[in-house]
Design a protein around this ligand. Structure first.
Ligand SMILES: [Zn+2]
Length: 306
């Protein structure tokens, strides 16, 4: 955990890129926000007053191809998870994200560019303590071979432990455990790109989706082969991406987490089932304000190392 205080961005940051599904270019403006705001998206291309979409688990509308949010005006925003993962992973509690299209840009398919952008912009410590949700009793969801749980932990950390098992020998069975800190997020998770099977990408395209998908923003797997000429960025890139996705999806709980996420075959759908179960089971967790010890700002060190 960065420090006991809430944090926002030190400045406004801007970037642009294409949406993996729409293929359309969108521009993002990340802005500082007051204490207690949380992460809020604002679609600037829709009627005034209808573009405000809070990053909340109960507003998740579709999880088939990434995580999509929808507000009460039926304004939607797709592919929020990699940006949310970077914000949560680096300790941004409050931020407004303006976007002029229906989809958050995919960039290179990982959180690397959002991580660089946030680290370069810097964080600003705010006046109120961060709020933590501590898991007291196990919360577990299952869907066929997929499972995800949040379990209590003896320390004050958020741990993630996930296993994937694919028929393709290019992926196979992989497990990774991470204790989440800004440092571990930046060095062990942010780099990992999303991945897909070529046959699925062809099917998506025939449905008018995946228009922006390419080897510029995803690892393409065909049977037992990786098609990208540059190969993988690390041997554990696939499982690292699944953990990155889980960080983004679980950030929709709306608090910093103290507990252990354990999942077999994780995905956006099972993660959102878990998030909804958490929100509906307040007897299984408690909220804590962080003790306000003198802030240890490790942030500069992360920015330099990245
Ligand atoms: Zn992803």
């Amino acid at each position: 955990m960065s420090s006991g205080y809430q944090h926002t961005l030190a400045n406004t940051a801007i970037c642009a890129g294409i949406g993996v599904h729409s293929g359309e270019r969108a521009r993002l403006t990340l802005k500082p926000a007051p204490v207690g705001t949380g992460i809020v998206f604002n679609r600037t291309d829709v009627a005034k007053g209808e573009g405000w979409i809070e990053a909340r688990g109960d507003l998740v509308y579709d999880v088939a191809l990434g995580t999509k949010l929808q507000n009460e005006h039926e304004t939607t925003l797709s592919t929020v998870e990699h940006l949310l993962a970077a914000a949560y992973g680096l300790g941004v509690d409050n931020m407004i994200v303006e976007v002029d299209g229906p989809e958050v840009p995919i960039m290179d398919g990982s959180s690397a560019l959002y991580t660089q952008l946030i680290l370069r912009t810097g964080l600003k410590r705010q006046s109120s303590p961060a709020r933590f949700l501590r898991i007291l009793e196990p919360i577990e969801v299952r869907d066929g071979v997929k499972s995800a749980a949040l379990l209590p932990t003896d320390d004050d950390a958020f741990h993630l432990d996930a296993v994937i098992d694919f028929d393709s020998s290019a992926i196979g069975r992989q497990r990774k455990c991470v204790t989440l800190t800004p440092e571990s997020f930046a060095s062990e998770l942010a780099f990992a790109r999303t991945f897909g099977f070529n046959r699925d990408i062809e099917r998506l395209r025939s449905m008018g989706l995946g228009q922006g998908a390419s080897m510029e923003n995803a690892i393409a797997v065909e049977d037992d082969k990786i098609l990208n000429p540059e190969g993988l960025r690390a041997e554990d890139e696939f499982i690292s991406h699944k953990i990155l996705d889980a960080v983004g999806d679980l950030s929709l709980i709306g608090y910093r987490l103290i507990g252990r996420y354990v999942s077999e075959q994780p995905g956006h759908s099972i993660n959102n089932l878990l998030v909804r179960d958490v929100l509906n089971s307040p007897e299984k967790w408690e909220l804590e304000a962080a003790p306000l010890k003198p802030a240890v700002m490790q942030f500069g060190a992360v920015a330099e190392a990245y």
